[in-house]
Design a protein around this ligand. Structure first.
Ligand code: SAM
Ligand code: SAM
Ligand code: SF4
Length: 377
């Protein structure tokens, strides 16, 4: 059975201009019913032990303190806590009250992921965030006082109108905080967002691809110079602070996905739950899935490569062959040779690993690992 569970809280107090994740405005939503329903789905799996738990969103910290307490108790009361290594809650800097921090601190939660996005107040305003730089420092100080050490932040770069100077200042401000982990995402223009709407009307001014690449290079170089490991395309950590939960995804391992819009991977099936809260609520505990995909061997192999290559440590040929009982060189020998020749993969025996150039041109590398056909064995 799976050792990791993702729990989705789809509510937000405002909607950011770039975001297309499963979320809805909090106002008027049946939040108490949602928590009951989510805990019912969780219990239906009979989970007794987990190595990682991750509550994401949406914005989990928009719950009231009693709602958060109920959720945390419901998720952990049946668990053998001695086996739970990492328990993350995502938080928005502007709604982390002292009471909320106190509830998180006295629970088994041991990692906080703060959605900072940028330290530049003008930029924050331009992307539809409601918090400001000062609130980030205040939230981090109060989290630290409450005993949280393992704090990570999310930043986005290549935002509309953004110049290199704010990337530099964002990275410098992150370094000054001396946190053990950061995720830095290049903005993805998503459908159904305010930004996409503006783009269609020719009103969005995104940095060019070249500028985007310069920003990524600067980020990698600077963070690595300051002792952070670039352990995944967008993730950097001090040694020992890699996200164990997210590594489960990139290791192509199984996990529960619980809540509206959550994805899971169990028994060779990738599934997704109903996104709209009322659809999710109407479905019985065992019927929350809107789709299920039974993966073929070919799909499993491709996913192993796509996900594994996102990690700096890459894919070990020995473990690939042990997992699939297939000859790696027969399947991918030629592609790997070509990608090494193009400087996109490292030339290391027994290991398939991206270079920094490979990370920049990720999709080109991934495409090379698509297979024509692979008979089921
Ligand atoms: C779905 S959000 C949930 C966390 C929380 N609600 C918050 O925003 O702080 C998770 C992260 O995804 C990233 N993200 C969301 N939309 C994105 C986009 N269009 N492009 C790049 N990153 C994005 C942001 O960095 C965000 O912190
Ligand atoms: C973009 S990542 C940010 C990770 C964070 N920086 C960290 O290191 O912990 C997190 C977001 O991905 C989405 N997500 C993660 N796992 C998911 C799953 N199993 N099902 C659905 N959404 C998921 C959620 O929207 C969540 O807010
Ligand atoms: S980025 Fe976070 S706060 Fe903003 S809309 Fe998306 S989930 Fe909500």
């Amino acid at each position: 059975m799976a050792n990791a569970a993702y729990i989705h809280i789809p509510f937000c107090s405002h909607i950011c201009y770039y975001c297309d994740f499963a979320k809805v405005l909090l106002e008027g939503q049946p939040v108490d019913d949602y928590i009951d329903s989510l805990l019912e789905e969780y219990r239906s799996y009979g989970i007794k032990s987990l190595r990682t738990l991750y509550i994401g969103g949406g914005t989990p910290t928009v719950l009231t303190v009693p709602q958060m307490e109920k959720l945390l108790t419901g998720l952990t009361q049946e668990l053998d806590l001695s086996l739970l290594e990492e328990f993350t809650v995502e938080a928005n800097p502007s709604d982390l009250s002292d009471e909320m921090i106190a509830v998180l601190a006295k629970s088994p939660v041991n990692r906080i992921s703060l959605g900072v996005q940028s330290f530049d107040d003008k930029l924050l305003q331009r992307i539809g965030r409601t918090h400001r730089e000062a609130e980030v420092y205040d939230a981090i100080a109060r989290l630290r006082t409450a005993g949280f050490e393992n704090i990570t932040i999310d930043l986005i770069y290549a935002l509309p109108g953004q110049e290199m100077a704010t990337v530099v200042s964002d990275v410098e401000k992150f370094l000054a905080l001396d946190l053990p982990h950061i995720a830095l995402y290049s903005l993805i223009l998503e459908n159904h967002t305010v930004f996409m709407n503006r783009e269609r009307r020719g009103l969005l001014h995104l940095p060019s691809e070249d500028k985007n690449a310069d920003m990524y290079e600067y980020i990698i170089e600077t963070l690595v110079k300051h002792g952070y490991e670039h352990y995944e395309v967008s993730n950097f950590s001090k040694p020992g602070f890699e996200s164990k939960h997210n590594l489960t995804y990139w290791d192509n391992a199984v996990y529960y996905g619980i809540g509206a819009g959550a994805s899971g991977y169990l028994d060779g099936v990738r599934y997704k739950n109903y996104g709209p809260v009322h659809h999710y609520l109407e479905a019985e505990a065992g019927q929350k899935r809107v789709n299920e995909e039974v993966l073929s061997l070919k799909e499993k192999v491709e996913e192993e490569m796509f996900l594994g290559l996102r990690k700096k440590s890459g894919v070990t040929i020995e473990s690939f062959e042990a997992k699939f009982q297939l000859d790696f060189h027969e399947l991918y020998g030629q592609q790997v040779k070509e990608l090494i020749g193009q400087g996109l993969l490292e030339d290391k025996p027994g290991l398939v690993q991206m270079t920094d150039k490979g990370f920049e041109l990720g999709n080109e590398v991934f495409e090379a690992f698509l297979l024509d056909d692979l008979p089921e064995k």
